[in-house]
Design a protein around this ligand. Structure first.
Ligand code: HEC
Length: 601
């Protein structure tokens, strides 16, 4: 008896002395069961300790551990990375990667600033690349993102400089002609939004809810601000600016947190935030759903909270004529449903007040817990038909303004901005689904609208052993397709079916989830199979094709390869085309390369 209590006392004392850090606790409870026993296919703890902290975070956010880490909070991910990983950041760039005083001055004319050349979000570059140049595009240089498994940043081209973010949270300023490096900046989280230049200020958000203003010349920080206090906030959509104010769309990954049965689901509220470019002070912030209240408990005993959701995943659209901003929204995460989810919403640009809302799918309440009928799946259970793409504002030859919005449902809508977003026509361009339909963006040259669809078919199988974590794969023949619609009435002018994957290309899917880009006479669409294809605007025939799913020699000396293409689309200016390749999520082919093409020899 006596002895026993001494043991208890000793244990208590030693646990006080070596109080586990938050990172050690996360490791013990969430990682050790697989990584501590020696197993040939699981990297042991000692191997994880050789990785840098950004590498571990990348693996948790976007790599092989993404499924396992989905239910960890951001502070838990950061704590375990700090506990395990080497301090400091990734290896510095090689001296040979840097621009020097002998680097020839870049004489490139034409810009692509932010998500689209203009804030109409049409993703059309009128003078960037002629049809003949498109047919003759050749690879000029490749740039590798060191140690990354995903390349999903959207580039911006300003006066011969290319600015691009990465999954490691590093933002790069490159010479567009040669790919040499002017400077780098490390953000707190991965950067996928396209940087936006306003004068000498470069503005962008990251996947942890932080928004930054840098000096374009030096890359030095002017100011940064977390634009939302919700832990799951992420800034995926690119910002737009007008009259010294930058408008930042806010989304979240709280749907993934809901996989944890004990998570009190859900409280995130989608919003648009207006900040002064000069100092980052808030002009206004408009939420799209009211604050959540408690509505009972789930079957695991956790609080049910709602409403929530209606995140904004894409860049806002500016309508200067009417003094409006248009945003598109995602689903609700918890009941009650609101009228602002899966909607196109018009806000007053000066006050942020909501002027009108056009909802296209009502009662769409969904979380990732619905995939396996978890306690945090709401009774509505989907269909998860977010808008992931920006609305496009176009003016027809007849002078009529039309707002075009494509949804994950596979349906495209044309709205009348002069009449509170009344629907002029709609057209089905895909099957639609959780990862389906129009995902990241469409393009329009003012006559036709080009809508590519994902419609990826994802297969999940049960894990057979602790080391069996690659349980998600994609179907090699289902998905994809590109449709050209006449903008005046939605008539289908042509349809280019997807190209099925060759056999034995693991992680290959014909899905065309990435954003589309248009130039005179040509439409560019990247696919999950790793190909970037140019289609003739006239009839949809393929006029140029480049397979990016291979290894590349890079100008910065980093080992790099291409893979699946998803997220942002190609950026065109000054006779050149820039595109990222590699997307390891959803069972796709990993990669870490930025490619630059030109028609000049
Ligand atoms: C169910 C078992 C399991 C759990 C739990 C698990 N891991 Fe892993 N982890 C693996 C396996 C298996 C691999 C190797 C995957 C591969 O490369 O195919 C791996 C690989 C990794 C890698 C290396 C990835 C790379 O890019 O090389 C990191 C880092 C990692 N895990 C971190 C963690 C952390 C941190 C946790 C806890 C939050 C965790 N893992 C929990 C099984 C697990």
């Amino acid at each position: 008896m006596f002895k026993e209590s001494i043991v208890v006392l000793l244990c208590a004392a030693s646990s006080v002395v070596a109080a586990p850090t938050p990172g050690a606790t996360v490791y013990q409870t969430r990682c050790a069961s697989c990584h501590d026993p020696l197993h040939p296919r699981v990297p042991p703890r000692a191997a994880l300790q050789k990785l840098s902290r950004p590498q571990i975070l990348r693996s948790l956010y976007f790599g092989v551990m993404a499924n396992i880490a989905r239910t960890l909070t951001t502070p838990e991910k950061e704590a375990v990375a700090e506990y395990l990983g080497r301090p400091g950041s990734d290896a510095p760039p090689l001296p040979s990667a840097l621009c020097t005083s002998s680097t020839p001055a870049t004489k490139l004319t034409g810009n692509w600033n932010g998500w689209s050349p203009t804030s109409s979000q049409a993703r059309y570059q009128p003078a960037g690349l002629s049809l003949t140049q498109t047919r003759n595009l050749k690879l000029k240089w490749a740039f590798g993102f060191d140690g990354d498994v995903t390349a999903f940043g959207s580039p911006t081209l300003i006066d011969g400089r290319l600015y691009i973010g990465s999954a490691a949270g590093v933002v790069y300023a490159l010479n567009a002609k040669t790919g040499c490096l002017h400077w780098t900046f490390s953000a707190n989280g991965p950067v996928r939004a396209a940087p936006l230049a306003v004068g000498q200020t470069l503005l962008f958000g990251d996947q942890s809810g932080w928004f930054y203003a840098l000096d374009t010349k030096s890359g030095l920080l002017r100011w940064k601000r977390r634009v939302d206090d919700h832990e799951a906030a992420r800034l995926t959509g690119s910002a737009v600016a007008k009259d010294g104010v930058v408008f930042v769309p806010v989304a979240s990954w709280e749907e993934g947190l809901a996989l944890n049965p004990n998570y009190a689901c859900c409280t995130f509220r989608g919003s648009l935030v207006a900040l002064r470019v000069a100092d980052g002070s808030v002009v206004w912030k408009t939420y799209l759903v009211p604050p959540a209240a408690k509505h009972g408990v789930n079957s695991a005993g956790a609080d049910r909270l709602g409403p929530s959701g209606a995140g904004i995943w894409s860049a806002p659209t500016v309508d200067s004529k009417r003094g409006l901003l248009y945003v598109t929204t995602g689903d609700n995460y918890s009941s009650p449903a609101t009228l602002t989810s899966d909607a196109i919403v018009a806000l007053n640009i000066k006050s942020g007040q909501i002027v009108w809302t056009r909802q296209t799918t009502a009662n769409d309440v969904y979380t990732s817990a619905c995939a396996n009928k978890g306690p945090n799946c709401p009774t509505e259970n989907g269909p998860d038909f977010d808008f992931g793409a920006s609305a496009i504002l176009v003016t027809t030859a007849g002078g009529r303004d039309i707002l075009l919005a494509g949804q994950k449902s596979g349906i495209v809508y044309a709205l009348d901005p002069a009449h509170k977003g009344e629907i002029l026509w709609d057209a089905r361009v895909g099957k639609g689904g959780v990862l389906g339909g129009v995902q990241w963006g469409m393009a329009s040259d003012g006559e036709q609208l080009y809508a590519a669809v994902s419609d990826v078919v994802r297969k999940t199988r049960a894990s057979t052993a602790p080391d069996d974590v690659k349980t998600v794969s994609v179907d090699a023949s289902e998905g994809g397709g590109l449709t050209a619609l006449r903008i005046t009435d939605g008539k289908k002018n042509w349809y280019a079916p997807s190209v099925p994957c060759p056999p034995a290309k693991p992680g290959c899917s014909p899905a065309q989830s990435a954003a589309v880009t248009a130039a005179p006479g040509a439409v560019f669409s990247g696919a999950f199979d790793g190909h970037l294809r140019a289609f003739a605007a006239e009839d949809g025939s393929i006029i140029w094709d480049f397979d990016t799913a291979r290894a590349f020699a890079t100008v910065n000396g980093v080992t790099a390869k291409g893979g699946s293409m998803d997220g942002p689309g190609p950026v065109i200016a000054a006779g050149m085309l820039f595109v990222n390749s590699g997307y390891s999520r959803f069972g796709g082919m990993p990669g870490n390369v930025l490619l630059a093409f030109s028609s000049e020899p």
